[in-house]
Design a protein around this ligand. Structure first.
Ligand SMILES: [Zn+2]
Length: 221
């Protein structure tokens, strides 16, 4: 029920970016299908994030980075209209955490921005990374670059900030559309994945540490 409401909500055009898909016939396409099938089969999430035997870690990470980008994009898309310059003048996670945007390009120095602008730039940046053929090669015969895992860690750390903002500032909006179970499952999956492969530092995960320990203990979440 909650998921249906959620799907209905974003199908009304609340999402602001097209979903990134994998090309049929590639290893990543079949890994994506494999990952979806394990999730749908009710297998516990901690088990579902483990690298399937014989598979390449880079491919497994690539599939998950793209999948989390798509899902976080949808989640933010559902609350986007409530995240305004008035409600969220900075990209924060409560009073203790505030993120400044820098991309080495237009924003050379870390800059304070309204959360909506920050998330927009962040998602544009992630989209640029996953569409970069030198970083995410689209065919199986092209190698991943040496910095692939490091760059994915950076992408995942930034995507985590969207969870932080949504959880701390917009949870009531998520509850209002009955999407909290969906968001919690997505966060739990994300959390297990990044901790399984040590991809995001404890420092970045800290704003939601309490949330993470709560969902880890609660089998219903
Ligand atoms: Zn906001």
């Amino acid at each position: 029920m909650a998921l249906n409401n959620f799907l209905e909500f974003f199908q009304k055009g609340k999402t602001f970016r097209p979903k990134k898909k994998f090309a049929h016939g590639t290893i990543r396409y079949s890994l994506h299908k494999h990952a979806c099938a394990s999730l749908n089969s009710g297998i516990n999430l901690r088990g579902a994030v483990k690298l399937p035997q014989g598979e390449d870690l880079n491919d497994w990470i690539a599939v998950h980075v793209v999948d989390f980008f798509n899902r976080i994009n949808l989640i933010y898309g559902t609350i986007w209209e409530y995240c305004t310059e008035q409600t969220c003048p900075t990209m924060s996670g409560g009073v203790r955490f505030e993120y400044l945007w820098a991309d080495g390009d237009k924003y050379k120095k870390p800059t304070k921005l309204p959360a909506r602008d920050y998330v927009n730039l962040l998602m544009d940046w992630v989209e640029m990374q996953i569409n970069d053929q030198a970083l995410f090669p689209c065919t199986n015969d092209l190698p991943f670059p040496k910095n692939f895992v490091a760059q994915c860690s950076k992408i995942l750390a930034r995507l985590h900030r969207v969870f932080v903002h949504v959880y701390i500032h917009h949870f009531q909006n998520i509850v209002a559309i009955k999407a909290e179970a969906h968001v919690n499952t997505c966060y739990k999956h994300f959390y297990y994945f990044v901790t399984e492969f040590d991809l995001v530092s404890r420092k970045e995960l800290e704003p939601l540490a309490e949330m993470a320990s709560k969902i880890a203990k609660d089998p219903a979440l």
